[in-house]
Design a binder for this molecule. Structure first.
Ligand SMILES: C[S@@+](CC[C@H](N)C(=O)[O-])C[C@H]1O[C@@H](n2cnc3c(N)ncnc32)[C@H](O)[C@@H]1O
Length: 444
């Protein structure tokens, strides 16, 4: 590493590398966890993460801030250095402005030496001239199409709140395997490490952590009794309400977040199958389930769920379809997602979701239960999909989800039998959950 690169500090150098990788298509979580494996101190890792998410969450605002100072085209690598500097100046208070400017100048010397003078000149003037009178989309750094559709549905104040929620650092929530360890024991372990945490008011297995936590140091995590998952994602398994000895399939299992919860709730006594077509995700799912100690209690199938359903019709008591979606309910966690999606993608997603839900219905035995969930609350991906599928399957009906949720507080968020949590409701991620049941007599 050159002397000037070192001058920027390891956290900023790695943050810049991660942003470059994200610009070239890498997912932000994967890029951050790769970078985190390099020898960074815990403080540098935290600063790197804060800068990367902060720049992505505030990108449009930062670009509007830069705009008046630019003359002509800007090299994307230099733009990232400027965005990082303005984010630290505008949104963090721990580093003095002169130190941020010096770090950015040092970094530019190695990345694009000829731009050093320009970066220096911009960062001497810009900090005192923040953008004024900007639109909601600029103020909260969201694409206009998202702002427009939320405002049309929820009105101005609600939309402002949702946009604000998306830019906050989300809470870290832990799921405790209550069959193996009491929540109080995990809380005591957290307290012993000086971590601020409290029991969720809404789910008996959830803990909200509000300070920094190195999970690997937590005994309950090492023993496989704790998993990171948002409370709204935990509600999906509550809605499914799996029982021991049933045949259950998780049709889009991904990394196994919900498969693990199903295994915990049935204490490994159900016959669980996890399907996903992404082989790389299934290897991680296997590792995750092994850590939880349920490796021998799940069959893992790398296949398109639509094919799987043709091969196993009417064979399952419970089917979970946590469908691929636009992620618009979890923008606070996926800081890059708002820039990757376009409104026209919703149509294609809805087609896939409908095809997968048709496949899910096919797997139900008479009387079987199906849960459909998305981390988006857009009607095209949620109520529209469910209604269309119900029209073509008259032997399947809606079962009100509220009867299966763990706290009375959720009643306020149910309508027509569906649960819809908007981003930030009860402090949780945005989520949609529907529960369907096949008639006992005549499943399709
Ligand atoms: C929302 S994620 C699932 C997250 C997972 N349920 C969890 O809790 O960790 C959607 C998943 O659907 C998978 N997928 C998309 N299309 C599929 C298909 N046709 N068949 C099987 N899996 C599919 C993706 O690979 C992705 O892992």
């Amino acid at each position: 590493m050159t002397e000037s690169a070192q001058g920027a500090g390891p956290a900023r150098l790695e943050a810049w590398n991660v942003l470059e990788r994200v610009r070239h298509g890498a997912g932000v979580s994967e890029a951050l966890s790769e970078a985190g494996k390099r020898s960074l101190s815990p403080a540098d890792r935290a600063l790197m993460t804060q800068i990367v998410h902060g720049v992505l969450r505030n990108q449009r605002y930062l670009d509007a801030w830069l705009e008046p100072f630019l003359r002509g085209e800007l090299d994307p690598s230099v733009r990232d250095i400027l965005r990082m500097a303005l984010f630290q100046i505008g949104f963090l208070d721990r580093v003095p402005t002169y130190a941020v400017v010096n770090a950015a100048v040092e970094q530019t010397k190695t990345v694009a030496p000829r731009a050093t003078g320009m970066v220096n000149a911009i960062l001497r003037r810009a900090p005192s001239q923040k953008p004024k009178n900007v639109s909601l989309g600029v103020e909260f750094s969201h694409p206009d199409w998202i702002v427009r559709r939320w405002q049309a549905r929820y009105g101005l104040e609600r939309t402002r709140h949702m946009l604000w929620v998306d830019n906050q650092v989300p809470p870290l929530t832990l799921r405790v395997n209550l069959g193996r360890i009491a929540r109080e024991t995990v809380l005591a372990q957290l307290q012993a490490q000086g971590v601020r945490a409290e029991a969720s008011r809404y789910l008996p297995e959830a803990i909200r952590v509000s300070g920094p936590l190195w999970l690997e140091d937590l005994p309950a995590f090492q023993e496989g009794n704790v998993t990171v998952q948002d409370e709204s994602a935990m509600l999906v398994t509550w809605a499914l309400d799996p029982k021991p000895h049933e045949r259950i399939v998780d049709l889009t299992a991904g990394l196994g977040g919900k498969t693990g919860h199903i295994l915990e709730k049935t204490q490994g006594e159900a016959e669980v199958t996890a399907v996903d077509l992404a082989q790389n995700r299934l290897s991680l799912l296997r590792e995750n389930i092994m850590r939880l100690g349920y490796a021998h209690h799940v069959s893992i199938v790398g296949q398109d769920s639509r094919i799987f359903s043709l091969e196993h019709p009417k064979q399952f008591d419970r089917v979970l379809l946590d469908a691929p979606c636009s992620n618009l309910g979890v923008l606070r966690r996926r800081s890059d997602a708002r820039w990757r999606k376009q409104e026209k993608d919703l149509g294609g997603l809805a087609t896939t979701q409908k095809a997968l839900l048709d496949a899910a219905v096919r797997l139900l035995r008479p009387g079987g239960v199906l849960v459909y969930s998305t981390c988006s609350v857009e009607p095209e991906e949620t109520t529209d999909v469910v209604r269309k599928v119900l029209e073509s399957h008259p032997t399947v009906h809606i079962e009100p989800v509220q009867d299966f949720l763990p706290a009375p507080a959720f009643q306020d968020f149910t309508q027509e039998g569906f649960l819809t949590l908007l981003p930030g409701d009860l402090g949780m991620d945005g989520f949609f959950i529907a529960r369907l049941r096949a008639d006992v007599r005549e499943a399709e």
